[in-house]
Design a protein around this ligand. Sequence first.
Ligand code: CTP
Ligand code: MG
Length: 236
Amino acid sequence: GRVVALVPAAGRGERLGMNMPKAFVDVAGQTMIARAVRGLLASGVVDHVVVVVPSEMLESVADRLPDRVTVAAGGAERTDSVCAGLDQARDADFVLVHDAARALTPPELIRRVVDALRAGRRAVVPVLPVSDTVKEVEDVTVAAEGHPAGDAEGHVCVVHTPDRTRLRAVQTPQGFDASVLHAAYDAAADVATDDAGLVERIGETVTCVDGDPLAFKITTPLDLLLASTLAAQDSD
Ligand code: CTP
Ligand code: MG
């Protein structure tokens, strides 16, 4: 079965705040996107990679792509970017979707996801237990302009505390039988924060495999500091 990995790398990186698309930020000598692609190819279980970049970066990226890597132009939301990548994965039997921002993901984790697909699982996510207690709070998205969310001080209240032992933090790559992911995206009515979420909505079972702390998503300046430190140690 042919395995194609899509690498959404078209985000703006607002939370990182470096005024450039996040996937092109340097992490100890290599961009996030280069590290993510190398990890996928190093796993030995990925046949082809489609990187999805901001449209204005398309030409500069297309000039210097390694073998087995092609590029597509992303969209406004991550969901749009994954759709653009999926268009170039029509010949895949299995599709992995892997955030460029998870630049330090170990190849062993990628192999665990593909092993589960080859064993017959149709949707696979790498997960970790959560160490913080997580609380659900009031929905304040209805707050109108000029009327800040929450109470007079802007605080919101807790409505529920889920049992932490049953919660998992979800990483990438998420792996899918290609037909399942296509069906999920065809049915997608709005945006989702992960691909498996769309697959759940069409009634498919999603299977968990062990994630890895090194597959953390570089989102904030603190994450970038950690990633740069780890990557610099690794190349010593
Ligand atoms: N992504 C994408 N297209 C988008 C939005 C996000 O391809 N329209 C990608 C990002 O490049 C990243 C991954 O999806 O590799 C996870 O998104 P996130 O960590 O939220 O990255 P950004 O959207 O860039 O960051 P922020 O939300 O802080 O702006
Ligand atoms: Mg984002």
